[in-house]
Design a protein around this ligand. Sequence first.
Ligand SMILES: Cc1ncc(COP(=O)(O)O)c(C=O)c1O
Length: 355
Amino acid sequence: MAPIDLRSDTVTRPTEAMQEAMRCAELGDDGREGDPTVRKLEALAAEKLGKQAALYMPSGTMTNLCALLTHTGRGAEVFLERTAHIISYENSGISLLGGLFYRPIAGTRGAMDVTALEFAFESGLAAKKLSPALVCMETTHNTAGGTVLPLEHMAGVQRIARANGANVHIDGARLFNAAVALGVAPAKIAAYADSVCFCVSKGLSAPVGSLLCGTSAFIDRARHFRRMLGGSMRQSGIVAAAGVVALEAMVERLQDDHSNARRLAEGFQAIDSSMVDASGIETNIVRVDISASARSAQQWVKDLAAEGVATSEYGRSQLRFVTHRHIGASEVEQAVAAMRRVWERASSSRARTAG
Ligand SMILES: Cc1ncc(COP(=O)(O)O)c(C=O)c1O
């Protein structure tokens, strides 16, 4: 039997409607005169985010890098919450490839401490007029556990950036999850930034792709950086077609993923309250602290795999579960039951050792 795959929402496979759209997609050469289906996806993305234009790229990582290169230049200073995906998981591309200097800002639940951000502006390279600066926010915030940045916070960060002459970029790989959780249009969130990256390849279930949205002038410039990064594709309408379906038909159902994540967390909390506080689950990511089991996260991943549940470790003492379209009520129930069995085994082996 296939495992219940809770490692990420990136494991979602294209829907029937996506497969049909991919079969029928009108295609062109996106690196030359353009691919009509890519153009359609870009226009739809720009409209949904309330921006003038959008650009389709293979991944969120490339989209963020392309955005940062387009905004800045070598030696520029980029302010990010210290556990941002761009810092933690994008292999230092912005430094190695872009020559950008990132300044991590302390944060809570993915939200930068605005006083620390102000201080960073006062004491950084920008204040000494040595380099331009850019501020990046991430919502939902991956490593903080799918948390959603409050809109007042975003407005505050934007104000500080503006006051210091800096642009703002949003890494919104899961921006639509944030919009659904807040009950607002995605454009409302995007309004707090000059550029936004979001992925259709995660909970929205398309097989490939991310979009960068911003002004037409910004996107024209970004197009050159995309080519530099090797991101200009050819008949990419074949995958963009699934992205169009993602934006037209897959947004509202994200609420199901959020409800399932909450149920999953409630089940884990009922096993042992040290694992997770279910009331803190805002979207589709559940981080679980297994330190009370005295078993490593690595061991837990193995034990759960043996129980038919695929998950991933986050550090040495936490696990990460992500709900998505292939996870329903029955999978939630089975995952909780598997966690309970592993927890009970860990507890009895702890008791034996103590005895
Ligand atoms: C917040 C965030 N930004 C960017 C990315 C990178 O997206 P990709 O895997 O498409 O490169 C991810 C991936 O999970 C993410 O969670």
